[in-house]
Design a protein around this ligand. Structure first.
Ligand code: PHE
Length: 354
């Protein structure tokens, strides 16, 4: 009978090693230890055994019962731990991976070329002590025109085709609202909030009712700059403009200064750069001229200083309005401004990715 018990145990051990789920293991356990199980059957036959035999077989049967119970418990714990580990491995999230890598997509996103240029310019101006300002897209007539020396009847208003808001509740002209046509509005906000001397830049989106072509968009971006203090001169203006262009293009670029008219500067200039797309030969971006208007600028008109609460007898300054999109086009050799807003990933993914 001892041999029988031993072989039952051996058989049990062989069977349990092949099992992998809880239910099968519990069934196996009852097959051996249950009321009608193999071990119980052996014990039942003890009735007919001698006392000597019982002394031997009793403890042996108990030992085997314990072995089986332990072995079942061990196997159940093993399976449970294995299941937990499997679940943990499946649910593991690597927070260091980007979405794109996680989804096995090769394009992991990147910065729009305008963002790259804007950040570069902001860094350069920050290093020269300029503040960076922001302004509202929806403006009133005062900030977009009046304060910039462009009264209602001024012909210069025609230079900027404007998206107006029709507000039936507003009768007074000065309170009419519009989408800002230039970032020069921030000059006014900046002056009103500061005391000279000060200098700041203001990058931002502007809106004009334009017919779109390779170099015109209705929604585009400028970067305004203003410096006000005592004894500021045109040479300060030229110095800052040249420094910026040199830093951006990483080389001396050919520039020319022409007289330009903007009611808010006097004297006013147009700073052109030689078209880097066609090296001055003429192309659709420079309208076959070879030069590109990039940086309208000038000395702040006394009326503008006055509107900003600054004494023009004591202070003067310069202002400029960089065409940010055009600069991006020159820097990266992009021949159509419409690519910039296309949202086309084939375009966007050519620039620096994460
Ligand atoms: N605001 C002008 C424009 O959008 C540009 C400009 C800014 C000109 C500052 C002179 C000085 O055309």
């Amino acid at each position: 009978m001892i041999e029988k018990l031993d072989s039952l145990y051996k058989e049990f051990e062989e069977k349990i090693t092949g099992l992998g789920n809880q239910a099968d293991i519990l069934n196996l356990k009852s097959e051996y230890l249950g009321k009608k199980g193999h071990i119980s059957e052996v014990l039942k036959s003890l009735k007919n055994a001698t006392n000597e035999e019982r002394k031997l077989i009793g403890p042996k049967a108990n030992e085997i019962k314990n072995e089986i119970t332990n072995s079942v418990a061990k196997k159940l714990t093993f399976i449970e731990t294995e299941e937990i580990n499997k679940k943990l491995a499946n649910e593991k999230i690597d927070i260091t991976l980007t979405d794109a890598v996680r989804s096995n997509n090769n394009y992991s996103g990147g910065f729009h070329p305008r963002t790259l240029i804007q950040r570069e310019i902001e860094d350069i101006f920050l290093s020269m002590g300029f503040d960076i300002l922001d302004g509202p897209h929806i403006e009133d007539e005062f900030h977009n025109f009046e304060a910039l020396n462009i009264p209602g009847d001024h012909p210069a208003r025609d230079m900027q085709d404007t998206f107006w808001f029709h507000d039936p509740n507003v009768e007074c002209d000065e309170k009419k609202h519009l989408l800002r046509t230039h970032t020069s509005t921030v000059q006014v906000h900046g002056m009103q909030a500061r005391k000279p001397p000060f200098k700041f830049i203001a990058p931002g989106t502007v809106f004009r009712c334009e017919r779109t072509d390779a170099s015109h968009e209705m929604v585009f971006n400028q970067l305004e700059g203003m410096m006000v203090g005592e004894n500021i001169s045109v040479s300060h203006l030229i110095y800052f403009m040249k420094t910026i262009l040199k830093e951006i293009f990483k080389k001396e670029v050919e520039v020319r200064l022409r007289p330009g008219f903007f009611p808010f500067v006097e004297p006013g200039f147009e700073l052109d750069i030689k078209c880097l797309i066609c090296s001055g030969k003429g192309c659709s971006v420079c309208k076959q001229v070879g030069w590109l208007e990039l940086l309208p600028c000038g000395m702040v008109h006394p009326n503008v200083l006055k509107a900003g609460g600054i004494d023009p007898e004591k202070y003067n300054g310069f202002a400029f309005g960089l065409g940010l999109d055009r600069l991006v086009m020159m820097k990266y050799g992009i021949d159509d401004i419409r690519h910039l807003q296309s949202g086309d990933l084939r375009f966007n993914s050519q620039f620096r990715t994460f």
